[in-house]
Design a binder for this molecule. Structure first.
Ligand SMILES: CC(=O)SCCNC(=O)CCNC(=O)[C@H](O)C(C)(C)COP(=O)(O)OP(=O)(O)OC[C@H]1O[C@@H](n2cnc3c(N)ncnc32)[C@H](O)[C@@H]1OP(=O)(O)O
Ligand SMILES: CC(C)C(=O)C(=O)O
Length: 517
């Protein structure tokens, strides 16, 4: 069963168990169900739903998930204690594909100070508790907690006892994130070669990130013959976290020729799953996080941007679309060069000759010294200065919005715009809320259709008469644009931000971001 040459690596997702052990990441049963649905759609092989003996919430979550997800193996964790295993059996009894996971610490430190058990007692508990689990479930996983800091001959002995007692998956955790990739690979190779029965079960790795090596160690375990890896979305988990699912999966996919193994994950769902988890837990993903961080496919420096515009392969080893992002991003800032600026100007509808481009580039560099990021509106202003042009486009004359809750009250907006030729256009629309209605009325009046990706309002100044700035990030024909509007009235600020984008779309000449695609 554990053929190290088998190309399929099982993804065991423990976001809802070890991931939830991250300080601040507890989830309610209903939230776990929402996340479990996303994990099932992602295509993980096993979902660890919780530790039933530890809380009512874990029991409820497991039951909820078991009722709904019939195709994915669902797993629950227990200590080597009869009461834990019985609680797990009850919690998972309605699952279509149940797995019981039992663990015990094997390292000298844990045996002596934590469990206060000698080797014989650990072996005895392993034999009895794996057999108890197996009496109620055909799919039993056994884990040797702190396995990588365990004397290797004892580790092999415990694993042998677990296999003989009925375990079908053997998980060797690097609980403290202490091991190196070279050690991990060699350990798996030796265990699989030497433990009696090892080739009849699936070997699994469970790596923590205390030294930032969780993904590398999991990949090394695969090289050593593991065919299951335990991981979490965004790498959340106890202390520094667990092996990040998205990183491991993409490493196997992008470097498939090296590893010769792959997963069944639908990689286009990685970013949505990451975002969902962040929303559910309130734990943001760092910008520079591989695969799912906002900067993972964003390019700021001129030399990279120039290369990207010629051929994306110069600075990207995978396509952002393949992991669920809409597109790569060229971010204009202090490190950007002429090629990226010229491309953005074209996207915004300004095709400048060399002399005007030189002038705009000099002004852009001066501005970028003062601002961390230069936005579309800034670039447009620089281009219009160079052209000595006045902004063209629709201008807001007036807007009225009404909203309400309950019978008969539909959020409604009416707008009057002045078109570029000076004529007045009035339109009205209803929506799911006042801003939705406002944007719908503006779309009718301008004839511009925008897919709004995000909308936010923030306070620019303080006090009762504070100015609000609205930001709209929208997409038209697949090109992302940002717009801002400022007013003491947030509805007016929102309308101005939407029009800022729409006017830019209307001015836009056929552009080249597609060259990145
Ligand atoms: C590496 C990991 O991620 S392991 C999983 C960690 N997850 C959790 O701890 C889940 C949340 N935990 C809890 O809710 C609680 O700790 C409970 C309900 C599990 C236990 O609570 P308590 O009974 O109050 O025990 P407490 O947490 O203080 O101590 C743990 C006990 O389990 C024992 N224990 C720990 N691991 C094992 C094991 N694998 N098998 C048997 N006993 C174990 C400890 O020796 C200790 O026993 P003691 O009280 O007799 O000294
Ligand atoms: C219980 C095991 C699998 C664990 O979470 C660990 O050792 O980190």
């Amino acid at each position: 069963m554990n053929a190290p040459s088998e190309p399929h690596v099982r993804i065991f997702d423990t976001t809802l168990r070890d991931g939830e052990q991250s300080p601040g990441c507890s989830m309610m049963p209903q939230q776990k169900l929402v996340m479990a649905r996303a994990l099932a759609e992602l295509g993980v092989d096993v979902i660890e739903t919780g530790f039933p003996a530890s809380s009512q919430a874990d029991r409820e979550a497991t039951a909820l998930i078991a009722r709904e997800l019939r195709e994915t193996t669902l797993c629950v964790l227990s200590r080597c204690l009869p009461a834990d295993i019985e609680a797990s059996m009850r919690a998972i009894e309605h699952a279509a594909k149940p797995r019981l996971h039992v663990f015990i610490s094997t390292s000298p430190l844990h045996r002596e100070h934590k469990l206060r058990m000698d080797k014989a007692a650990v072996l005895d508990a392993t034999a009895r508790m794996v057999a108890l689990a197996r009496s109620g479930c055909d799919d039993v996983e056994f884990s040797t907690e702190d396995g990588t800091r365990t004397e290797e001959d004892f580790l092999a002995e415990v694993i042998g006892v677990a296999i003989a007692s009925g375990a079908t998956t053997i998980n060797v955790p690097d609980t403290l994130g202490y091991t190196t990739p070279g050690e991990m690979r060699a350990l798996f190779e030796r265990l699989i070669a030497n433990v009696p029965g090892a080739r009849d079960v699936v070997f699994s790795a469970h790596c923590h990130d205390d030294l930032g090596m969780a993904v590398a160690n999991s990949l090394a375990a695969i090289e050593g013959g593991a065919r299951q890896v335990e991981c979490t979305i965004n790498g959340i988990g106890e202390r520094a976290g667990n092996c990040a699912l998205e990183e491991l999966v993409m490493a196997l996919k992008v470097r498939n020729a090296w590893f010769g193994a792959d997963t069944r994950i639908d990689t286009r769902r990685l970013v949505p799953a990451s975002r969902l988890l962040s929303r559910l837990t309130g734990m943001a993903v760092q910008r520079n996080k591989a695969i799912v961080g906002r900067n993972a496919f964003a390019h700021e420096s001129g030399i990279h941007q120039h290369g990207m515009l010629r051929h994306r392969g110069t600075y990207e080893i995978m396509h952002p679309e393949d992991v669920g992002w809409a597109a790569s991003q060229i971010v204009l800032g202090r490190h950007s060069g002429r090629a990226a600026l010229a491309d953005r100007l074209r996207t915004l509808g300004h095709v400048l000759d060399e002399a005007r481009l030189d002038a705009v580039f000099a002004a852009f560099k001066a501005l970028a010294e003062k601002k961390r990021e230069v936005f579309d509106a800034d670039i447009e202003a620089l281009a219009l200065d160079a052209d000595r042009q006045r902004p063209r486009g629709h201008r807001l004359a007036r807007a009225h919005v009404s909203t309400g809750v309950g019978d008969g009250s539909l959020p409604t907006a009416s707008v009057e715009l002045l078109a570029p030729d000076g004529t007045s256009i009035s339109e009205a629309a209803v929506g799911d809320g006042p801003v939705h209605a406002l944007f719908a009325a503006l779309a009718r009046a301008t004839g511009v259709a925008l897919d709004v990706d995000s909308y936010s309002v923030s306070s620019l100044t303080t006090g009762d008469d504070a100015q609000g700035t609205a930001n709209v990030v929208a997409r038209s024909d697949g090109v992302e644009m940002t717009g801002t509007g400022t007013s003491t009235d947030i509805i007016e600020a929102s309308a101005l931000a939407w029009l800022d984008v729409a006017n830019r779309v209307a001015r836009r000449a056929p552009q080249r971001v597609a060259a990145v695609a």
